[in-house]
Ligand binder design. Structure first.
Ligand code: EPZ
Length: 437
């Protein structure tokens, strides 16, 4: 497995191109199942999770074509679900990426059936999908859980329903948005998620002919139509990647311009950075990030559903605050186990105590490089952020977690002066090789 080696202490200076948002691209790809026409998605990021979703859709029978190398303008991915010939999403794909469950709503809506592996848990929590299934049953689907699979079918078309989510769920809102677009009648989604990635999906569905009102509010109304058509749609900028690189610039005392970043997608994050002493300002091409008035100071953060502070930025901010002046209290309210980065940051000299859902972070004068292990996507990148400021050399193991959500990370950071390189693990010695040696 690949590792990443970082030698800390270099202030980041220069520009970084922000990619399209992974968490928008994944549901947008699933939406291609809703029409027999071609859906062309531009500004596509190129990440492990995107490849997994592409492989999942391809085994359903979706034709895919990726154009462009993405180094400059992002890529264009064309998807055509005219010849879907398999309604099963298999365990070996679903277990590697939970977002695979987003094919369930579209399969039911267009084909009246779907067999999708239950995703199982992951490092940050049990991640149930009960809200998705209960809402689809309200729309007329018959759902049975058997042999680790969701067996779903509906006689005729799904029917519009009044859905009131007891908890805000990004994925459940997205699955029902897609299902309701082709259902018979009107669906209202109460306590809907309002994340920019959910809005991006809703806007793309509107472009495809869906009738949706209330986008960006907690109550969305969808009037089902007979069919949707294809078209072109650009994936929004990745607000979490933007926040991640902002933390990297801040912790190294650098000055970085994030090209393509959009401040309106991340007000809560910008406010917290400002509170900690990091200035984020708009430029004609995106956002500029730099430290003003000396060192970072400690702040309190509570993660919440959008427009609150995003849980996907919690680990990155913890790394930054671990070298702040003063203490910070971080409270994670979305996932039950999203502190896997704490023991690893502690090995680098961070002073963090976790009490249930809260973590007390006492600013340390400095961090020191160490060998550390990535455990999940955002925990991994928090170790990169810490390593960029740490004295000496850090080796991060299991970086496949990083590759799921960050495109060309080493290239983007080394382009701003970071001393970072990927160490590709040699193929393990085999008997034949050792005989030859
Ligand atoms: C999406 O996951 C994102 N993933 C996550 O990003 C993000 O952390 C999360 O939303 C919250 O913003 C993608 O968009 C691909 P949820 P999702 O349903 O949809 C509970 C990353 O790092 N819940 O909003 O799975 C759930 O357990 C990833 O990029 C139920 O109880 O999240 C959690 O506690 C990590 N029942 C809370 O709701 C359900 O049926 C929010 O989950 C569904 C969710």
């Amino acid at each position: 497995m690949d590792k990443i080696k970082i030698t800390g202490g270099v202030p980041l200076r220069g520009t970084i191109q922000i990619s399209g948002a992974k968490n928008a691209a994944l549901p947008l790809m699933a939406a291609s199942l809703l029409t027999e026409d071609t859906l062309a998605l531009s500004n596509m990021p190129y990440l492990a999770d995107i490849v997994t979703m592409a492989n999942l859709l391809a085994q359903h029978g979706v034709a895919l074509n990726m154009q462009g190398d993405g180094k400059k303008t992002g890529r264009i991915l064309s998807l055509c679900a005219a010849d879907v010939n398999n309604l099963t999403a298999p365990y070996e794909l679903v277990r590697t990426m939970r977002a695979s469950v987003l094919v369930l709503g579209p399969l039911l809506a267009r084909f009246g059936a779907g067999k999708v592996s239950l995703p199982g848990g992951c490092a940050i929590g049990t991640r149930p999908i009960d809200l998705h299934l209960k809402a689809l049953e309200q729309m007329g689907a018959h759902i049975e859980l058997r042999d680790g699979y969701i067996h779903a079918e509906v006689a005729g078309r799904l029917r519009g329903a009044n859905i009131q989510f007891e908890k805000i769920s990004v994925g459940a809102t997205e699955n029902i948005l897609m299902a309701a677009s082709l259902a018979e009648g009107v669906t209202t989604i109460g306590n809907a998620a309002r994340e920019p990635e959910v809005c991006d999906l809703a806007h793309c569905l509107q472009m495809m002919g869906a009738k949706i009102e209330g986008i960006g509010t907690d109550t969305i109304t969808v009037t089902g139509v007979e069919r949707l058509h294809g078209g072109n749609y650009a994936v929004i900028a990745n607000r979490i990647e933007t926040g991640t690189f902002a933390a990297a610039a801040a912790i190294t005392g650098g000055d970085v311009e994030l090209i393509g970043a959009r401040i309106e997608l991340m007000q809560a994050v910008v406010e917290k950075f400002a509170e900690a002493g990091v200035a984020i300002s708009e430029t004609p091409r995106g956002l500029r990030v730099r430290c003003v008035d000396g060192p970072i100071h400690g702040i309190d953060i509570m993660t919440q559903a959008y427009p609150g502070f995003p849980t996907d930025m919690q680990a990155q901010m913890m790394a930054l605050l671990s070298v702040a002046q003063g203490a910070s209290m971080i409270t994670e309210t979305i996932f039950e186990n999203r502190y896997m980065h704490v023991p690893e940051l502690t090995r680098m000299g961070a002073k963090i105590n976790v009490h249930g859902a809260s973590a007390m972070v006492r600013g340390a004068p400095e961090l020191r490089g160490a060998e550390v292990m990535a455990t999940d996507l955002r925990a991994s990148v928090s170790l990169v952020i810490a390593a960029l400021a740490a004295q000496g050399e850090t080796i991060i193991h299991r970086v496949y977690h990083l590759d799921r959500g960050y495109e060309r990370l080493e290239e983007k950071l080394s382009g701003c002066g970071a001393l970072i390189e990927r160490i590709t693990a040699r193929a393990p010695l085999t008997l034949a090789t050792s005989e030859a040696a």
